[in-house]
Each structure stands twice: as structure tokens, then as C-alpha cells.
Design a protein around this ligand. Structure first.
Ligand code: ATP
Ligand code: MG
Length: 285
């Protein structure tokens, strides 16, 4: 759906940043499976590996070697050329493996990325962004730019404390106030809503922050099996508990309200990002 506005056409592309404070809590697992589950629902999805220093989606999905995000940023190809075809219709833009330079993109490189994605915009329903853990400048930029931020936590003090720190930084720098929280690796008998409540309690002192419970994913050994097979669990093992949970999450995204600007128009991902960058530049000068 492309709607005319006074300024430019607004697409209904939605960018969702999957992030966390602490590493290893299941961002890539959730991002890959959510993207695959959205594809299974007939949505047009690109999964972006935004872990710019330690990319691993190409390994997780056994993608054949080809162009990647670094090639796009360095002008060797356009974004279309870096979109690779993964299992079951999943389209992926891999990052590059182990290139420390990538974790510190220059402003010009970010601008190139912005341009590249805005070119792809009208063909997409969802851009699912698998970010690096923690408060790297790049992860904060991706979280600032996306319409929805899904923070993955598990029921460990460090995971919750680090997620809370991330919320605080994103709020304090004026970038975001609304977050969705997904509780991953839920053990049998554990109530994920209590974990969510602990996170709410921890963020209570941060003014004007809103956390919404996005759901939970159980601890399921199928995740490791599917990773070894180079397939998302929702594709290779659709009846597994992890697949059932992520399929429900994909269905629930249909009920997530769109972010609206003060003028009542839905914001397009990179417009939001460009706006933030312009404001930051103005604030510096
Ligand atoms: N629901 C789950 N059940 C069982 N194992 C899981 C689950 N989610 C993730 N894992 C396992 O936990 C490990 C970390 O998962 P994953 O790589 O998705 O985390 P991450 O947050 O992306 O990590 P990083 O911060 O390094 O990018 C992997 O070995 C994965 O197989
Ligand atoms: Mg990861």
C-alpha cells in the first residue's frame, strides 16, 4: 500500500530491530525465525544482519558466498545485489564476518546505507534487523531508526540489568521511549510474565518509558538442531515449541499499532533515521 502524502509516498514497510543488552540471549534465533514465520504468512521480508563486527546469519542459514553489506557500503554493488535467498523464501542481507572496521561506520557510510534501504523500501513489508548486543553506536542507531524495537531478554539478572541500561540510554539520548520485550529461553515451569515484570520494575525509575510484553519463547533444543541444519526452526521443525511460539509472535505483529508522528502519519524507517541524524548534527553545530 503506497499512500500519497504532501511530501512523498509513505510505504507500509516496517522495520523491526531485534536487540538486547547482554549478548547470547537469542536475538539471531528470534530474528531468523520471526522473519521466516512472517514469510510463511505471505509477508515480504528482508532480514538484515546488522551485527557489523561479528556477522553470523550467513553461517546460521548456510548462505552461499556472495555480496554482503560491506560490499554495499563500499560501493561494489547495490543493495539488490546483496539480498541473498535463504531457506523457504527468506531474503537476507548478510554483514561481513569479523571485520572490526564495520563496527564503526562513518557518517558517510551510514548515509550510503540509508540511501540503499530507502531504494528497497517499496518492495518490503518488513525489514527485520538482527543487531549486535549492547550499546554500540551502530546498534543504538539501528534501534533509533526502526519503528519497533524488540528487546530479547532471558530470566537472568545480567540480561535484565543490561536490557534496562539499554532502555535508559535510548531514552536519555532522546531516541526512543517505547519498547517491546520478548522473554526467551523460558524453562519449564517458569512464568515469562514475571520476568517481564522484573524488567518493568527495573525501568520504573526511567520517566516516560513504556514497555510492552511481546510474548515468550521456550527453551528448546530444536534451536541448536535447526542451526546445525542451516534452517530456521520454524521451517525445519514447524511443530517444535520454539516454532509454535515464534509463529504466534509473527501473528501478533499484525496487531502491533504503527508508530505515528505528531502529524499522524506513519513514519518510514530511514526517514526517521535521517531526521535523527540531521537533528544530532544541528545540535552539534
Ligand atoms: N529458545 C532457545 N532455546 C534453546 N536455545 C536457544 C534459544 N534461543 C537461543 N538459543 C541458543 O543460545 C545461543 C545464543 O543464541 P543467539 O546466537 O540467537 O543469541 P544472540 O543474542 O544473537 O547472540 P549474540 O549476542 O552473540 O549475537 C545459541 O547457541 C542458540 O542456539
Ligand atoms: Mg546474534
Amino acid at each position: 500500500m503506497i499512500e500519497p502524502t504532501g511530501r512523498r509516498a509513505v510505504t507500509r514497510t516496517r522495520a523491526l530491530a531485534v536487540t538486547s543488552g547482554k549478548g547470547g540471549v537469542g536475538k539471531s534465533t528470534v530474528a531468523v525465525n520471526l522473519a521466516a514465520a512472517l514469510v510463511a504468512r505471505g509477508e515480504r521480508v528482508v532480514l538484515l544482519d546488522a551485527d557489523l563486527s561479528l556477522a553470523n546469519l550467513d553461517v546460521l542459514l548456510e548462505l552461499t558466498p556472495g555480496m554482503n553489506l560491506q560490499d554495499v557500503l563500499e560501493g561494489r554493488c547495490g543493495l539488490h545485489d546483496a539480498v541473498r535467498h535463504g531457506p523457504a523464501g527468506l531474503r537476507v542481507v548478510p554483514a561481513t564476518q569479523g571485520n572490526p572496521r564495520m563496527s564503526a561506520l562513518s557518517e558517510r557510510e551510514h548515509a550510503g546505507l540509508i540511501q540503499a534501504f530507502s531504494d528497497l523500501g517499496p518492495e518490503l513489508d518488513w525489514l527485520v534487523i538482527d543487531t549486535a548486543a549492547g550499546m554500540t553506536p551502530s546498534t543504538l542507531q539501528f534501534c533509533a531508526a526502526a519503528q519497533d524495537v524488540l528487546i530479547v531478554v532471558c530470566d537472568e539478572p545480567a540480561s535484565l540489568a543490561d536490557a534496562c541500561a539499554m532502555v535508559r540510554v535510548l531514552k536519555d539520548t532522546g531516541r526512543r521511549s517505547r519498547f517491546r520485550v520478548l522473554v526467551n529461553m523460558v524453562a519449564a515451569g517458569e512464568d515469562p510474565r514475571l520476568t517481564f515484570q522484573r524488567m518493568v520494575d527495573l525501568t520504573d525509575a526511567i520517566a516516560e518509558v513504556s514497555l510492552e510484553y511481546a510474548g515468550s519463547v521456550p527453551y528448546d533444543r530444536t534451536v541448536a538442531t535447526a542451526a546445525r541444519e542451516g534452517q530456521p526452526a520454524v521451517v525445519a521443525h514447524p511443530d517444535a515449541p520454539v516454532a509454535t511460539a515464534v509463529t504466534k509472535l509473527a501473528r501478533d505483529t499484525g496487531r502491533w499499532p504503527l508508530s505515528f508522528t505528531a502529524s499522524g502519519q506513519s513514519e518510514f524507517f530511514w526517514e526517521n533515521k535521517i531526521h535523527n541524524e540531521v537533528m544530532e548534527r544541528r545540535a552539534r553545530t
